[in-house]
Write a protein that binds this ligand. Structure first.
Ligand SMILES: Nc1ncnc2c1ncn2[C@@H]1O[C@H](COP(=O)(O)OP(=O)(O)O)[C@@H](O)[C@H]1O
Ligand SMILES: [Mg+2]
Length: 116
């Protein structure tokens, strides 16, 4: 399955706190895409605005059912959500039926950048 990776903001100096949560988010989303989505393509984007760092993983697969919720017995995305929350961030999980899934983490830069 082709994966496209786009990283903008080369001058972004993330500290060690960001490494594992971001790695886990990408790892889980990239595992979910072939496992659950029947996706043809997945795109990973890392970018930043004035306040936040954004990690987004989007696939073009089957999407999520209308009433989808994180199941208590599925620890993949729940684990990702908890790690991002520990950094003061939010995890958004979006996907309509037939419209692919987007996992978007938004984390305050103040928590995860090397000062100076
Ligand atoms: N990219 C995706 N496309 C379609 N469904 C997904 C996708 N990612 C997750 N899901 C649905 O959400 C559920 C929870 O995902 P996750 O927390 O990663 O648990 P697991 O992968 O262990 O089932 C999956 O079982 C699947 O039903
Ligand atoms: Mg999973």
């Amino acid at each position: 399955m082709p994966a496209k990776c786009q990283i903008s903001g080369e001058d972004l100096h993330l500290n060690d706190l960001a490494a594992i949560p971001f790695f886990r988010a990408a790892q889980d989303a990239l595992t979910n895409a072939p496992r659950h989505a029947t996706a043809m393509q997945v795109a990973v984007t890392l970018s930043a605005d004035d306040h936040d760092c954004h990690l987004r993983i989007h696939d073009d697969g089957v999407g999520l059912p209308k009433e989808w919720k994180l199941r208590p017995d599925a620890f993949g995305l729940r684990g990702v959500l908890e790690r991002i929350a520990q950094l003061g961030g939010n995890l958004f999980i979006k996907g309509k039926p037939g419209d692919g899934v987007t996992i978007a983490a938004k984390v305050p830069l103040s928590r995860i950048t090397v000062p100076g």
